[in-house]
Design a protein around this ligand. Sequence first.
Ligand SMILES: CC(C)(COP(=O)(O)OP(=O)(O)OC[C@H]1O[C@@H](n2cnc3c(N)ncnc32)[C@H](O)[C@@H]1OP(=O)(O)O)[C@@H](O)C(=O)NCCC(=O)NCCS
Length: 273
Amino acid sequence: MTSAERNAGGIPRDFSRGGATLVLDSFLSDIMGKPAYDLKLAPTEATATAADAPLEALLANFGVDGTPALVSCRLRADDVNGIQALEESGFRMIECYLDFEINMKATASDEPDGPTHGLRLAGAADRSALKAIASSGFTSSRLHLDPAIPKAQADESRRRWLANSLDGRAEAVYCTVDPERGPSGFVACRRLDGAEPGGRLDLIAVAPHARGYGHGRALIGAFVRHCRRADYRYGRVGTQAHNLPAIRLYESLGFRLDAAFMTLHLHRSERRR
Ligand SMILES: CC(C)(COP(=O)(O)OP(=O)(O)OC[C@H]1O[C@@H](n2cnc3c(N)ncnc32)[C@H](O)[C@@H]1OP(=O)(O)O)[C@@H](O)C(=O)NCCC(=O)NCCS
């Protein structure tokens, strides 16, 4: 371990060795009631040798006090050496994750294209309805797919994600509103800082009863217009390879597949020896 910082509970916050680093995911740790880490592996050259000393040594240092924990790792889908190294270390494949990008210069207009379904910025009065949609609207996330994670925790992660978005994690949250039933869906738009700022479509869901009527299309339109107004050059969004409704929706509105990843999880119940 080249660096180890401990939080109040004595849990290592992050540490690294060789081409690998474990970073504590406080958001997920809180929901799961145990430490959750992201494992970051250096690009291909390092992961090609990850089966030997660096990864093994890193994982041997993980869970130093025997605390059960989750370790997640997302690698490029063509990094077969890295994926195999993780599998040999006990990781299990969870999802294929696709990242899409839309070029804002290529988007047509600032006007809504089609029905808007009561689209507007979400406010405090929408909070509980939108949290209910978030906590029941997702079935495809990596947490929902992992059989070792209780559904209630996966649902709670989306509920809190939406709450955090409303509390400022997102630059803006838009919702569609049914005149009789109230809010029917939401999209959270986050700013991506990088060499060039862009927009991230951070979270989107439509209530099951409202699906298939164009609410999702209206919400993506709001995201695109938000990015155009902020003068972002691009917008990004990710989803699971099996989430056909989302993929078809993104593609039909001009998003292009940009990268593919595999996400793996390791559940540790005790220290490895
Ligand atoms: C993805 C989601 C937001 C789509 O919302 P929606 O309001 O049902 O979508 P729309 O009615 O606006 O559909 C727009 C387009 O999406 C695609 N689409 C939507 N539902 C689809 C389905 N069940 N199968 C295939 N394509 C579908 C179609 O291309 C559709 O265009 P069309 O009506 O001209 O065929 C909704 O299914 C949802 O909330 N899913 C759960 C949460 C989720 O998976 N979020 C995204 C992942 S991060």
